[in-house]
Design a protein around this ligand. Sequence first.
Ligand code: NAD
Length: 525
Amino acid sequence: MGMSSTGAGNVSEVAVSLEALEPLVTAPETDATFPVEAPFTGDEIGRLPACVSADVEAAFDRAAEAQTDWRDRDVSDRAAVFIRYHDRIIDNREELLDLIQYETGKARRHAYEELLDVAITARYYAYRAESFLETEPRAGALPGMTETTVNYRPVGTVGIISPWNYPLSLSVSDAIPALLAGNAVVLKPDEQTSYTALKAFELLLEAGLPDDLVQIVTGDGPTIGEPLVANADYVCFTGSTETGRAVASQAGRHLTDCSLELGGKNPAIVRADADIDRAAEGLVRGCFTNAGQLCLSIERLYVHEAIYDRFLDAFVAAVESMPLGTDYSYDIEMGSLISGSHLEAVEQYVEDAVAGGATVLTGGSPRPDIGPYFYEPTVLEDVDESMALCAEETFGPVVAVSAYSDDADAIERANDTDYGLNAAVWTDDLDAGRQLAERIDAGTVNVNESYAAAWASLDAPMGGMKDSGVGRRHGEVGLSRYTEAQTVAVQKHLGMTAPPGVPYWLYAGVMSRLLKLQRRVPGLR
Ligand code: NAD
């Protein structure tokens, strides 16, 4: 196996004081704690409160109280906090990156992508919230007689449930527009990576966010998740499709609106006219960023038969030259999986595929010599429907490659999935790329990139079709989902019925003529 590796990270070098973060958890009723471990070594790094239902109730009470002042502030006042936060995130980057790596075991360059995401999200919404929230005039019922406006009011307190794979980005980036819209937030980060979320919110307090406006509850998903969904005025959930269904059905019972950002089994298509080296480089990142523990990760790779062998030579060589390791430096290209149980799940998928006849082109083994939960970047061929990894999200560094014959074949295979989160097309013919993209059933499609181009296009909506989600983050909708649209219609001059003394038959006749006129005049339609 040609992959190089660099030796054990020295976790004692991490400068962040975890003890100082623990009081940021809302846990008035809790004595029990749970352990958090460092995936690079498997060592316990600290313990956090295992919150219970009563803590969640207390968190919502405090948040709601803080929200009453916050929602009345000018939007520009609220925005100023996030403009300061943008700079704080960048200025504190080394400490934040250390902590993310410590808690997730990911490579530093992948931790840096989280930091970039939070910074651009803070900037984007801070400078646009005012226009997104502005009261808008709308066409009234009768031109000139009804003056109609729409107000965007905060929903109240938003409940956010986030996963472990991008603990900075997915805890904070959905909270930023919620807060800017005038809401409070109660956050439940994943139990494996809550310190990162606590650190991110400590920086938000330093940037001037009022005390209590964000509450963080830590601990077990089902235990805290239920009361969180029950108390929230809106639920923003990011995680697996299975948990997403449970959250959605609970939110449905409470008639609470929600957005669900769920799993994927994302395809990439490499056309015959693609630049092979560029595609190979971009797909190594697409398949193995964060060791494949990325919702947008490419797990199915369809390559045109005319370039299949040449592409695979370049791709496998690029995979094998990736440095794996536990360093706190940018030199490493792939880090650890999050935990022993996730390593087992990934191993199981690959073993099952190999037993069913899949061919391992590279990788296929754990790497305990580097760290307890490391798994090699793995490229498989001859994967078919009899194998679980053909249709299920492995969420690990594993990709299945096969050849296709023409665009129609590629589209059919790309769409042959219950998921619809992300996709990629590699081609030198950009028009053909756009046309292909339109026929793929996925919420985002990247042309000549795997995931980052669409994700970082913050002005455009982002989310999943089919079983990959409900609703969208990013763009205007990423903020307006946290508001209640309120229509105010002021009726001037004539009322909405026959004026006094005018018989209704006459009113109906005049109105009918006016309706016909209105349809004919372009400015009144
Ligand atoms: P998960 O669903 O197991 O956990 C996500 C969060 O939900 C955690 O905080 C967990 O504690 C909590 N939770 C667990 N049970 C709950 C319950 N009954 N009620 C409420 N909350 C509960 O997901 P995971 O394994 O941590 O994350 C990986 C999955 O997330 C993958 O499927 C990945 O594709 C998906 N994901 C999607 C996106 C996206 O934007 N679409 C982003 C990142 C991850």
